[in-house]
Design a binder for this molecule. Sequence first.
Ligand SMILES: Cc1cc2nc3c(=O)[nH]c(=O)nc-3n(C[C@H](O)[C@H](O)[C@H](O)COP(=O)(O)OP(=O)(O)OC[C@H]3O[C@@H](n4cnc5c(N)ncnc54)[C@H](O)[C@@H]3O)c2cc1C
Length: 403
Amino acid sequence: MDFALTEEHRMVQQMVRDFAEKEVAPVIKDYDRAQEMAPFVLPRMGELGILGICIPVRYGGQGMDYISLGLACEELEAVDTTLRVIMSVHMGLNSMALFQWGTEEQKQRFLVPQALGKKIACFGLTEPGAGSDVAALQSTARRQGDEYVINGEKMWISLATKAHHCLWVARTNPEARDPHDGLSAFLLELDRPGVTCGDIHGKLGVRAGSTGWISCQDVRLPAENRIGEEGEGFKIAMSCLDNGRYTVAAGATGLIRACLEASVHYANERQAFGRPIGRFQLIQQKISTMVQSYDAARLMYLRAGWMKNQGLRNTRETSLAKWFATDASFEAASEAVQVHGAYGYSDEYDVERYLRNSKGAVIYEGTSEIHQLMQAAYALGYRKDVPLRCELPPYQEDLWQSA
Ligand SMILES: Cc1cc2nc3c(=O)[nH]c(=O)nc-3n(C[C@H](O)[C@H](O)[C@H](O)COP(=O)(O)OP(=O)(O)OC[C@H]3O[C@@H](n4cnc5c(N)ncnc54)[C@H](O)[C@@H]3O)c2cc1C
């Protein structure tokens, strides 16, 4: 087993770390307080190639592997969760699905501009009345000749007001015996007539990010905008989550690291009872748990990334990595606030933002409860993965790097 990162991995890590630490960290508190996304973030991530990191060069990307994507997400969320959320939706939930399921024509139309960062992408699954229970979604797509007519509303959509494209899941067959089989997926341009969107305000966390709603009223979409076959929408959405959850796991690992570094720094500086608080065993216990969580979370996401590189199905391993890392990052952030005492309770320090940001990730891309159900179902033999019609392509360096 080789745990070493390659020279390319280290270069990606350093480039993303430089961007996040030098360009975003100095201003993140201002944007978090203002509840706005820094306007330079998306164009700059596009310019640096981060928005197309693991997409082959021939589709406008950087041709790096899936581990590079994980490493980038870890570095981004070590500075702010909102940066990693961009990767989760633009790359994990949308561009990778195009790469996996899209036709050549769809890749040229949608994936190439997305990988170049010229168009931003989001993912529309959740609705006001349906979150974990995906098959209960109400949005419809009615076939009329060569078009579909889309109606419905999506809620809690990251980048809703920043994106140009949305992967939209709707019901095409209300009569399907199993409601999962009645769903289809579409590539929806958000400037089509009948599409409206807005931001959700008053969020606990990811305040320097964009989370909103999208509504479709009689939106006409050419049939060639359907991705996959009719009735494949649920399978496509779940495969999107295999990729999105990987980015969430890697990002949450970065958040644990940020909590650890902040806590170590503070514990060495802050004096109580005549010594640095790091000398107290109860503080040491919090720090050692963060060390343990960081290493375990990192190994779990790297395993999932390695499996993606090999073209191995990784739904179970990715779910486990996401569940573990997000629960552990919430715990680490809570303990980091505790280590900082009253100062941790103020936005003078970053840890209060880490705590607010960490909560979202135990809710989106499968709540912790859903991941527990999945893991139990695998263990008990109630759940088995069947091969998909289109699998995520394994990483092939020569092919991915060639123009
Ligand atoms: C910041 C943020 C960004 C988001 N971005 C996106 C996005 O870009 N695109 C998108 O489509 N969605 C997005 N979401 C939505 C997110 O995926 C959903 O919130 C999530 O799937 C949970 O759905 P829900 O909120 O409707 O909760 P519900 O499904 O109503 O669940 C409520 C509670 O019941 C529990 N529960 C539900 N079913 C079961 C069960 N069978 N057994 C045990 N417990 C259960 C849940 O675990 C949870 O604790 C985002 C959410 C947030 C907070």
